[in-house]
Design a protein around this ligand. Sequence first.
Ligand code: UN1
Length: 510
Amino acid sequence: MDFLKTLGINENNFGAATGQQWLTTQDQGQFDISSPVDGKAIASVYQCSADDYQEVVKAAESAFKIWRKVPAPLRGEIVRQIGNKLRDFKQPLGELVAYEMGKSLQEGLGEVQEMIDICDFAVGLSRQLNGSTLHSERPKHRMYDQYHPLGIVGVISAFNFPVAVWSWNAMIAAICGNVTIWKPSEKTPLTAIACQNIIKDVLVENDVPEGVFSLVIGEGNVIGEGMLHDKRLPLMSVTGSTRVGRHAGTVVASRFGKSILELGGNNAIIVSQDADLNIAIPGIVFGAVGTAGQRCTTTRRVIIHESLYEQVKDILVKAYQGLRIGSPLNENNHVGPLIDTQAVSMFSQAIEKVQAEGGNLLCGGEVLTGPGYESGCYVKPAVVEAENSFHMVQEETFAPIVYLIKYSGNLDNAIAIQNDVVQGLSSAIFTNNLREAENFLSHWGSDCGIANVNIGTSGAEIGGAFGGEKETGGGRESGSDAWKAYMRRQTNTINYSSELPLAQGIKFDI
Ligand code: UN1
């Protein structure tokens, strides 16, 4: 486990930092973190206390006053250096992500690559925080809008992308002139501590004030809840289940804070009669079993045209039978463990429930035991024939269960099924038919934030805005103009005449 040492992870670690400084409270109890890979203890983390949290917010408030005055391209320079540090530590951080969270090493490295990519993106963006210049209705007046930083951005992230989601938020927030306080999932705090250690040298070498990048590790219903209610945090970016997000969104809105919500998905792939199965099948299998079905973008439903249904079903079942399940650190394996045994029981229960509703389990569904599976977190990904209206199909179960649904007639029927869920994150169609592809992407097509053609539902690039509609929460992170959500917009009108004409032609002579 050389990567632990390289990343500065000790047996006992502190749970709050303002940058390079760790706060050393030890009286709030510890999280003991064990790996879903082998069930072995990795390390412990002291929880952040209420006093620590106050100290972190204070540091963040003072840091903001300095950081907002640093020119955006110079803020970008700090982010560029952070990106380079992540390049240096890509291997060990990817290994820790894989070991603490349980995703495959390839995906762990891929997650760190997303962090590097967002740093590069943010560096470029630091020279492009542009508003528009507008024509005024009044003579010798100029009107424009500009974007100002907001202040402290609270980031609450989930276990499944334990580090990338922080970077999407923190790096964009940073070049926008904000400071961040990050509360990672209690299930994956070590990767967060590693990130803090990785960026430390950059902060020291550049005299970045304490409080620009802070970390608080504690229970969601204590520290997380406190952040949601805290008026000093004008923006909260929350990734998690729809249940968590509904609460978070309501609390933050009630104090007129802004939020970016990245919540559950119920992502579908449509396989039309014109699909190229050579790419559709791997797209479905990777989308459904990659990260053991624990991505927000995981393929949960496959909506297949009746003319191909039996064929697709047979090929999929065969492909599933060939899946190698085991340690994600072994590159030969396709599927690693679920995050913990609680997730395993949710998986088993979901399969039981969907069968009770009439679902037909075609393969998988077992919990694996024996050598290599000691953690109790390994399951066989399941394929189930189901109806879209089933209660379990309507819900997001964060595990590798894929539902096969048949459609007949034209694409409108498939799109209607695809949209007939409360979530709206990612969607895809496999077709070689231009008309079908364009209809799927049109405003009467997919109602999701992400809609792909001949690509699966997961694995979005950071250059696009990431997020979804309906109960997925409506937030957008990462690329395109998602940065605007991290800033406040100001409209400015300047009069360079010697008159004072009023807008709308109003006369007011005194
Ligand atoms: C998530 O599951 O929370 O599109 C994020 C993807 C990844 C990000 C997933 N780039 O699958």
